[in-house]
Design a protein around this ligand. Structure first.
Ligand code: A3P
Ligand code: MG
Ligand code: MG
Length: 382
C-alpha cells in the first residue's frame, strides 16, 4: 500500500501541471466520517433497457433478458456441475476492449429527447454504470482494491467512467488458471438457473458466452444528486409478486460452501456487503446464492432479500453500515460536482483511490483519458 502511495506521489511530481491545489482536492474515506443518518435514496425507476448479443453488438431491446427458473424444490436439491463445459463451451468477452460508457451513451442518444423532465433533467444529472456506484458504496470498507474514475462535464451532465488501474490490469493479465475457471463457474450457474423464455426450462448444454448481457437503464436520486445509470441484470422472475422492473429482477451469485460459524461471519462482512451494494442501487429485491462444494458442484441454494442483508452484520462491530456506504457515495458525488466545473467533453478529472488513503484528483486533456466518444459529442452538439 505504501509502495502504491509512493508511486502515486512520484507520478504527481512528474506531472505538476496535473496536480490540483491541496487539501481541497482530497476526500477522506474513513467509515467513521460517514456514519450519519441514511441519506435520501429514491426508489430506482426503469427508463428502458438494452441488450448486447453474442458478438457484443448493441440492441435497443430486451432480447438478452433471461427468465428465473430454479430447480423444483420437492426433490433432493440441485447438483449443478459448474465446471461442465470449461473451457470448450466457453466464449469469454474480450477484456482488452475498454467500452467505457459507450453502450449506455448509445441508449441515451436514442432516448434523450423522450426523458421525463425534459433536457433540463439530464443537464443536472450524473450518468454512469451501476458497477461504478457499487465501488463507491463499498469504498469506506474496501481494503484490497483501489479504483480510478474519470469524470467529464458536458452540456451540464456529469459523466463518470471507470479507468482500469495499472494494478488491476496487471492482475487481469496474470490471472491464474484457477481464477479463470472460477469466473466461468459464476456464469455457468446463471445458465443452470435461467431459461430463455418464460415458462421454459434452463438448457445447460449450450455455450457460455459472456458477451451476452441484458442491461436495465434507471433513474434515481441520492441526496440532491439526480442519477441516470445502467446495470447488468441476470434475470427476471416471471412469478415475482411485482411484475414491474426492477422489482421482478433477480441477482444470481455463487459462493463457497460454508461449514463453520467463522466462515459465515466473514461471508456476511465481506461478500454480503458487495451483494447488497450492487442490488440495492438498482432496486433488485432478491439475491439467489448457489453454494459450491470443493468439487465445483452447487448442492444448495439460498435466497437473500436485499433489504435483510444488513441484519446479518447489524450487531457486528466489524460489520458494514448501509448509511456509511450511501453517505460516502453522496459525498463523493458532491466532491466530483464541485471539482469538475468546466464544461468540456475533452477535459477529464481523474479521481484515484487506494485503500488507506483519501481520494485524489488529477486533470487531463484528450487521450488517453477522455472517454466521451466523438459520435456522441457531435450528435448531441447539433
Ligand atoms: P459470481 O459472482 O456468482 O461468482 P454478477 O454476479 O455480477 O452477475 O457476475 C457474474 C459472474 O461474473 C460472477 O459470478 C463472476 O464469475 C464473474 N465476475 C463478475 N465480476 C467479477 C470480478 N470483478 N472479478 C472476477 N469475476 C467476476
Ligand atoms: Mg450479472
Ligand atoms: Mg450475478
Amino acid at each position: 500500500r505504501r509502495e502504491n502511495k509512493r508511486r502515486a506521489e512520484k507520478v504527481e511530481a512528474a506531472e505538476p501541471r496535473n496536480k490540483l491545489p491541496s487539501p481541497a482536492s482530497l476526500l477522506p474515506t474513513d467509515p467513521a466520517l460517514y456514519s450519519g443518518p441514511f441519506p435520501f435514496y429514491g426508489r430506482p425507476s426503469e427508463l428502458g433497457c438494452f441488450s448486447l448479443d453474442a458478438q457484443r453488438q448493441y440492441h435497443g431491446d430486451a432480447q438478452a433478458l433471461r427468465y428465473y427458473s430454479p430447480p423444483p424444490t420437492n426433490d433432493q436439491g440441485p447438483h449443478f456441475d459448474l465446471r461442465d463445459g470449461y473451457p470448450d463451451r466457453y466464449q469469454p468477452r474480450d477484456e482488452e476492449v475498454q467500452e467505457g460508457l459507450d453502450h449506455l451513451l448509445r441508449w441515451l442518444l436514442d432516448h434523450r429527447g423522450k426523458l421525463e423532465g425534459g433536457p433540463g433533467w439530464l443537464a443536472g444529472a450524473i450518468v454512469t454504470w451501476r458497477g461504478h456506484l457499487t465501488k463507491l458504496l463499498t469504498t469506506p470498507y474496501e481494503q484490497q482494491e483501489g479504483w480510478q474514475l474519470a469524470a467529464s462535464r458536458f452540456q451540464g451532465t456529469l459523466y463518470l467512467s471507470e479507468v482500469e488501474t495499472p494494478a488491476a490490469r496487471a492482475q487481469r493479465l496474470a490471472r491464474p488458471p484457477l481464477l479463470r475457471e472460477l469466473m466461468y463457474m459464476g456464469y455457468k450457474f446463471e445458465q443452470y438457473m435461467c431459461a430463455d423464455k418464460p415458462g421454459s426450462f434452463p438448457d445447460p448444454s449450450g455455450e457460455v458466452n459472456t458477451n451476452v448481457a441484458f442491461c436495465s437503464v434507471l433513474r434515481s436520486r441520492l441526496g440532491n444528486h439526480r442519477l441516470l445509470f445502467s446495470g447488468e441484470v441476470d434475470c427476471t422472475d416471471p412469478r415475482a409478486p411485482s411484475t414491474q422492473p426492477p422489482a421482478c429482477y433477480v441477482e444470481l451469485k455463487t459462493s463457497k460452501e460454508m461449514h463453520r460459524p467463522g466462515h459465515w461471519r466473514s461471508f456476511y462482512r465481506h461478500k454480503l456487503l458487495k451483494w447488497w451494494a450492487q442490488s440495492f442501487l438498482l432496486g433488485v429485491p432478491n439475491v439467489v446464492a448457489g453454494f459450491r462444494n470443493p468439487e465445483g458442484f452447487v448442492c444448495s441454494l439460498k435466497t437473500f432479500p436485499t433489504m435483510e442483508m444488513f441484519e446479518y452484520v447489524r450487531n457486528d462491530r466489524d460489520g458494514w453500515n448501509p448509511s456509511v456506504c450511501m453517505n460516502f457515495c453522496a459525498a463523493f458525488l458532491s466532491f466530483a460536482q464541485n471539482t469538475v466545473v468546466q464544461d468540456d467533453p475533452r477535459l477529464v478529472h481523474l479521481f484515484s483511490w487506494e485503500p488507506g488513503s483519501p481520494v485524489t484528483v488529477s486533470k487531463h486533456r484528450d487521450a488517453p483519458y477522455a472517454f466521451l466518444p466523438t459520435w456522441y459529442v457531435e450528435a448531441v452538439t447539433q
